[in-house]
Design a protein around this ligand. Sequence first.
Ligand code: BES
Ligand code: MN
Ligand code: ZN
Length: 516
Amino acid sequence: MDIDFHKFAAGSGIACAILPLFERTTEPDPLPARLFPWAAEHPGLLDFRGKDNECLLLHDPAGAAGGSPAARLLLWGLGKKDKGSLKSLRDAVAGALKFCRERSFVSVGLPLAALEALRDAGIVADMATAVRESAAAALLGLYRGDLCRGKEDEDEERPADPVSFSFLYDEEEIPLFAAARLGAGEARGVVLARDLANFPANRMTPAMLADEARKVAEKYGFSCRIFDDEQIFSMGMGALYAVGCGSRNGPRFAVLEHCPEGKEEDRPLVVAGKGITFDSGGISLKPSASMHEMKSDMAGAAAVIGLFAALGEAPDCAGLPRIVGLIAAAENMPGGGATRPGDVITALSGNTVEIQNTDAEGRLALCDALTYAQKTFRPSALIDLATLTGACVIALGDYGIGLFTDDGELRAAVLDAAREDGDLVWPMPLWDEYDKNLKSEIADVSNIGPREGGAIHAALFLRRFIEKGTRWAHLDIAGPGWVGKSSPLNPAPGATGAGVRLLCRLLRDTRVLLRA
Ligand code: BES
Ligand code: MN
Ligand code: ZN
């Protein structure tokens, strides 16, 4: 679906205009009748209350020939004004777009006047935010996670997405064009991240995941380098290699880079993602209940690739700092070549690791990515995203992202970015006292600590690979990477693209991250 702008005028040819409206207290909201005089006489208008998700579809009695900017008007309830938020707007736009798809409306319009009303009511800070979030919500609301339908699907009537979603303006405003493009670009990044994580593991192997990184690089002009299993081995990435050796689908390591001209010497922001395309647990095999969900154990890597897609779509890509994305991809399987509990491997850093539990594989894949990042790039900041621990889900629930960092500024920046539009990020401790729990009798470190505080022990394991002076943050997205319950912007069960928009928002305010 294209996102664009149209003058709010007769003959725009929009099939349906949507108007999000708050619940009214007394008189009907005057906005519909003001924008669409033909609707003024419509008796249904008197009945519409604007309750949460209430909707009313009105038709211009004169049809397309009537010269109205839109042949139909869809009123969508936002619920109570005092409870209004950016989320109410996003949910309404997403709901309205789904409604329009069900009815095969080809073009959908949103009058900017409706967003101005939300701004005047203090629900959104400014028009750019309202436009950006509406554009994103329109695309995310239409997301379908069913990527593998085959023959059955051809038989079924499946309505196609509208061809266009247009903001209807009275006067052109360039900043709003950029805002729409930004929101749409971020949503396309989220959609890609969801797709990658929703594909089953036989259709998204480490090689395929790395190939997706390459495709994004080719499409948007980033550079991309991919290391295969032999190169991973000979480079000395013994930890990532150890995770992949029980699978016929060998590991891959991908390096994406956005380097604007003249910034080649800048220290980049490096973002690393856990890319376990399937986590069976390895020899420390997981129980079979919901093991299939472990096809999305590459949600961190998917977020990194989605971030680059979003950057590529952004209106001011060249104005961004130097950014590097690392994908540590492997399949954790219990094949004949698999790493055994008790094995000792040497990581890229030179540290030896006793692998006491092969199901604690994410930290192994990531530790080599972290070492690679520091050796190669001297990052201005290093952020990793990973579906790292079930313990983090126990601690923070299905939607909470655990944030682990010793850097106060980076912590504040991530929390600010999250707060801005409702990502649930919570700071977690990196207590030195717990670090000794990772002690191994035979190697430099063990890959597991006690079960209690499992998310902290995993993060402390990663910190062992962070050199003094590197500003580093770890985001455990094990909970929010996947949802069991659907919401207006996210069908379930399925992947969410968690982390993509959080990183995008963080990048919009890069001051903290770019201090050399
Ligand atoms: N990929 C899992 C963590 C996970 C669990 C992600 C649930 C999403 C939902 C990770 O590799 C894992 O298996 N972690 C173990 C670590 C343990 C063996 C120390 C865990 O959390 O149980
Ligand atoms: Mn695991
Ligand atoms: Zn895992």
